[in-house]
Design a binder for this molecule. Sequence first.
Ligand SMILES: [Zn+2]
Length: 387
Amino acid sequence: MSYDIVIRGGEVVDPSQGFRQICDVAVSNGKITAVENGIDCSQARTVIDARGQLVTPGLIDLHVHVYPHSPLGLDPDSLCAAGGVTTMLDTGTAGSYNFDAFRRDVIDRARTQVFGLVNLSCVGLACGILGELLDRRYADPDGVVATIERNRDVAVGVKIRATANIIGDGEQGWANLNDAIKAARDSNTWLMVHIGDSPMPIPELVEALSPGDCITHCFRASSRPILDDKGKVFEAVRAAAERGVIFDVGHGFGSFNWDVAQAALDDGFEPTTISTDLHTMNINGPVYDMPTTMSKFLSLGLPLERVVEMSTTRPAQILNKADDLGTLKVGTVADIAVLERLTGDFVLSDSNQQTRPASEILVAATTVRRGEIVPGGGGRRMVQLAD
Ligand SMILES: [Zn+2]
């Protein structure tokens, strides 16, 4: 047998190569070995019939919670198959005190590729509902740097949740934010800042960030949105995006609002990356999975190639893994999502119980991780949405 798997006749969309056409994809020894027409299926151990479906690089979710020693933590491997997500970034569920346990119990065991951001709070989100940085003694910038040094291969940056009732208001909020920025600079990594009812105005917050740092929950409706009083994107936000600050969706159960997203897109402002912020409290709605979140951006009018790019190529670049991840180039790791495009009458909900009709949704049909099919797809969960 020449091939372990041939994915036959799907519409291959690979923004890393500007490639979109119907063809076959062959996989051997965990690598992509051919992307072309007329691959001999008789030479394959397994043939996946992808006719009528999309074939993309394995999706990369830049915002999840998969450390189960927090009430928020999900199992990464079930998310992988259910959502076509072969690489995910845990965003600060663990801090300096528990990141090594997170690595030992989850990152090193998971079939899915898991990277992590280290929370500025030493305990991460072990009891995040109490506000992990309301007590300044929990802020541990030096511990973050040491944790990243010990785990360079998987700990790729720093996380802070900049909401006043999580990190404190006024001076305390700034002190925590500045500690997080310092930890990112001292570890030579980057900082992801969650925005909500933030202690500081968004223009001041983004001006404190450097290229490569990231705002997540960028389309959240809150007292501190990325929009000004007239519903236009703040000039400082636009300028930050232009100098390389990343604006990530991080849908979550409170952080994606149709009106904010629509206003930003109408104002010519697109997110850099699409991500879910999946955790135990939103997986059964309104988030469900990565393809559902991508479908929301299709319904907002973004072209398919762009939506796939925001969910593959761009997060791979942010993780500094674009040579091997988020691409279907021959010779790279065989992480592949086969997505079904369902057409019909669907209802998609944001985080504020506002619904919108959609005529098309994406569903993870088959997921290949390192050249092997991962059992379990996301179709059933999506069918619930079709009501
Ligand atoms: Zn989160």
